[in-house]
Write a protein that binds this ligand. Sequence first.
Ligand code: HEM
Length: 421
Amino acid sequence: MRKVSTDTPVEALPPIEEVFNPHSKEYCENPIPQCMELKKRGRLVWYSPWQAWIMTQITDIMECWRTEYLSSDFYDWEFAPARPPEAQWTNFERAMIGHSLVADKDHHRLIRKVSSPAFSRNVVDAIQKRIEPDVVKLFDDLGEPETFDYMEKISNHIPFISITRMVGIPEKYWDDFKPVVTTFTEAWNATISEERRAKAREDSNRAIDIIKQVIAERRESPQQDDFLSALIQVEKENPDFQEWDIITLILALIGAGADTTLVAQQWSVYALLKHKDQAVEALESPESFAKAFTEIMRWAQNSKMGFARYAQDDMDVLGQQVRKGQMVLMMPHLKDYDSQYFDEPETFNIHRKFDPDVLFGYGPRFCIGAALARRQLYLTMSELFKRFPDAELAFEPEKDETDHNSVAFKELVIKTNIKKA
Ligand code: HEM
């Protein structure tokens, strides 16, 4: 990785608030100029609309990921709801405070260690087998239309299918469980209203009741080949791993695995249809797709917010005085169109080398679901191109400015170009 020069005279530049707004139409249309403006402002930039600091340089972000000198605990944020006494905890608070994957570093390490067998290659293979029929069914139900909206018919269903199949939530609970999969990450999003965050916390409270019910049923019924059964086994073997750890982990999978894959689905289709000359090679095998996927997400430059951390004390961070409770947003995507990191960054090239590849994070909090995410995307893209090898975008899709976290699309209408006899 190449070194970035940060010696632009910042004082000479207009205030960042005038040139950077991820919720603007301009950002949705083309985030790159705004991201490059932000990067020029220094290593840690105060952004008043979000009352947050933004960490802009990948080397600083990797150091923060690796050493965890900032907290990942949402309740350390100055604007988080007060941490209530234990006797008054709701389900959401018990999961997010009491057994949080994010709060206590030692507990986090323990959970990652004991639950790692549940994310092994064999389990991912088994989960893929369980998701595959659902993906095939979505395409079967679609039939052979001349055009269709990929989001409505396919991609909007995938995160929910993957997570419920992965965890093992029975279909009878799907209607009640669905809202939380779509709103969970809003529970701690700094850039939306407290009302919307409160509604997301309510959805989570209901979802936790369902998860508890499913765990109780699973304890009664014989072992099944899913993640929940694997975690119940881990619980039996590890006294420090309890039912609330299972619940928290499942919420973490929903929180981290739903929105991310929804957007990744959209951009994978868009990027491969825009570069059909590279699609066949990208989809040659799960391994070739895994490499191409990092390039898809680099080229997409779709992130709006980055990853949140919080200062637990008043502290000096990269030469700035950060107050206790302030949020620091790490934005690794700012490097993606920097020609000091990537030659010809505008060019989509599945052979591009990423060293290191930080799409899924780095260090102790590296993404748990990376293998599953890549596999699930490979499965869906392969099915699409197998059924519709001549597919193309019917027209250039409009962006959805309301998405709180990413540059997403409103619809992705595909022309199948199938030759009917
Ligand atoms: C395209 C898809 C995905 C991308 C790009 C992605 C990326 C990431 C990144 C960058 C992190 C680190 C976040 C931070 O440092 O704050 C992370 C963490 C995490 N991801 Fe993913 N992710 C994806 C899909 C998934 C899926 C499908 C799941 C689960 C089914 C998942 C589960 C998690 C969990 C549980 C964490 C937190 C790990 C911890 O704190 O120890 N992710 N992901």
